[in-house]
Design a protein around this ligand. Structure first.
Ligand SMILES: Cc1cc2nc3c(=O)[nH]c(=O)nc-3n(C[C@H](O)[C@H](O)[C@H](O)COP(=O)(O)O)c2cc1C
Length: 366
C-alpha cells in the first residue's frame, strides 16, 4: 500500500522527505550546570534523522523559563555551541530539525530561578502539579510547583525579548525552524486558558486579550526569522499542568485564523485524549482545517494507520510521534517495511545517560 505518510511535504521553505515528525520530548540529559546539549544529545537526534522533521525537546529561552532539571537552554554561548553539534549531526544524517522554544511560567521551582526570584505567570495562581528538580547529585525528584507572581507589563516585554534572542540563537545554531511551545500548561497556555489568566489588562479577559501575548511573540519571531521558519504548538482541551479552560474551541479557532493570516510554517496540535483528556468535539477537526490552510501537524498516540486515515481525510498534513521514536530510532523505516515497533521504557524517559536514550537498536531485519 502506498503510504501518504511517507510522501514529501513542503513546509515553509523546507522540503520534508516524509510526513512523520518526531514530537518534542523532554529527556533531561543536558549537561548539568551549563544546561548545554552534549555529544550524547547529538547522537540521539542524529539516530532519529529519518523523520521528515525532528522537533527538539522543550528548550528554555531563559533561566526564568526553566521548570525541570537538566533540560537544555538556548540563551548562553555554551548552549548555542552545544546545539550546533546537534543540528550539524542531524543535517549530516540528512534530517531537518526545529527548536522547541519553551518558557514554563508557573510550572517552576525556586531552585531554577535567579537567586531570590520567584516564577512568573499571567496571574498569581499556583499549579496543583509537580515539577522535576535536581537532587544536587545528578538525579532528580518531584516537587510541588512554586507559588508564582503575576507578570508586569515589563515582564511580558522581557519574556518576548527572551524568545527573540532565543530564535536568533537558534538560527545561529543551525536550526531549520523554531516552534513556540504554546501547549501543555506552560506560560503561553497559562495566558490562553481562563483558569490561569485572571488579568484585568490588555492580556486578560477576552479571547483576543488572552491570545495577545502569544501572537505578539509570534510577530516578533516572524520579524527575526521569517514566518516560514515559525511553528506553533497548541493543546486545546489539554488539562496537564493543572490547566483549565472554559473556551478551548473558540480559542483554538481564533488562533488558527490569526496564525493562518500570518502565514507561519505550521500549526501543531498536541492531543491528550489518549491519557484521559477530553476528545475533540464532533466536527472540530474540520473546523480547524478550514481555519488553518497551511501545514497542520497532529500528535497524540498516533500509529501509522491512524495517521494515514487523517491524512487521507485531509484533516492533517503530517503526524508527529513521540514515544514510538524513543524506542525505534528507525521508526520511518519500520513504518515503510511494516515491521513491529519496540516499546520504550518509561523509567528511562527523564534523566540519566545513554541507557534508554541512545541504546535502542534498529530492527534486526532492516
Ligand atoms: C518523555 C516525554 C517528554 C515530553 N516532552 C515534551 C516537551 O518537551 N514538549 C512538548 O510539547 N511535549 C512533550 N511531550 C508530549 C509529546 O510531544 C507528545 O505530545 C505525546 O508524547 C503524545 O505523543 P505519542 O503518543 O506519539 O508519544 C513529551 C512526551 C513524553 C513521552
Amino acid at each position: 500500500m502506498k503510504k501518504q505518510l511517507l510522501t514529501p511535504l513542503a513546509l515553509g521553505r523546507l522540503n520534508l522527505k516524509n510526513r512523520v515528525v518526531m514530537a518534542p520530548m523532554t529527556r533531561s540529559r543536558a549537561e548539568h550546570g551549563s544546561e548545554a546539549p552534549t555529544a550524547l544529545n547529538a547522537l540521539y537526534y542524529a539516530q532519529r534523522s529519518s523523520a521528515g522533521l525532528i522537533i527538539t525537546e522543550g528548550t528554555q529561552v531563559s533561566r526564568q523559563g526553566q521548570g525541570y532539571a537538566y533540560t537544555p537552554g538556548i540563551y548562553s554561548r555554551e548552549q548555542v555551541v552545544g546545539w550546533k553539534q546537534v543540528t550539524q549531526a542531524v543535517h549530516d544524517a540528512g534530517g531537518l530539525i526545529a527548536a522547541q522554544l519553551w518558557h514554563v511560567g508557573r510550572m517552576s521551582h525556586a531552585s531554577f530561578q535567579e537567586q531570590g526570584a520567584v516564577p512568573v505567570a499571567p496571574s498569581a495562581i499556583r499549579a496543583q502539579a509537580q515539577v522535576f528538580v535536581s537532587d544536587g547529585m545528578g538525579s532528580g525528584l518531584m516537587a510541588p510547583a512554586e507559588q508564582p507572581r503575576e507578570m508586569t507589563l515589563e515582564d511580558i516585554e522581557s519574556v518576548k525579548q527572551s524568545f527573540v534572542e532565543a530564535s536568533r540563537n537558534a538560527m545561529e545554531a543551525g536550526f531549520d525552524l523554531v516552534e513556540i511551545h504554546g501547549a501543555n500548561g506552560y506560560l503561553f497556555d497559562q495566558f490562553l486558558a481562563t483558569g490561569t489568566n485572571k488579568r484585568l489588562d490588555a492580556y486578560g479577559g477576552s479571547l483576543e486579550n488572552r491570545a495577545r501575548f502569544l501572537l505578539e511573540t509570534v510577530d516578533a519571531l516572524i520579524h527575526v526569522v521569517g514566518a516560514d521558519r515559525v511553528g506553533v504548538r497548541l493543546s486545546p482541551w489539554g488539562t496537564i499542568s493543572d490547566i483549565q479552560d472554559d473556551e478551548p474551541e473558540a480559542m483554538a479557532l481564533f488562533l488558527a485564523h490569526a496564525l493562518d493570516q500570518r502565514n507561519i510554517a505550521y500549526l501543531h496540535l498536541a492531543e491528550w485524549e489518549w491519557t484521559g483528556g477530553q476528545a475533540y468535539p464532533e466536527g472540530f477537526r474540520q473546523r480547524m482545517r478550514s481555519a488553518f490552510q497551511k501545514t497542520l501537524i497532529v500528535c497524540g498516540n498516533y500509529d501509522a494507520e491512524r495517521g494515514e486515515t487523517l491524512l487521507a481525510q485531509g484533516l492533517a498534513d503530517a503526524v508527529a510521534m513521540g514515544r514510538p521514536f524513543i524506542a525505534n530510532p528507525d521508526l520511518v523505516e519500520r513504518i515503510r517495511q511494516e515491521v513491529p515497533l519496540s516499546e520504550a521504557n518509561p523509567e528511562l524517559f527523564y534523566g540519566g545517560d545513554a541507557k534508554g536514550y541512545t541504546d535502542y537498536p534498529t530492527h534486526p531485519a532492516l
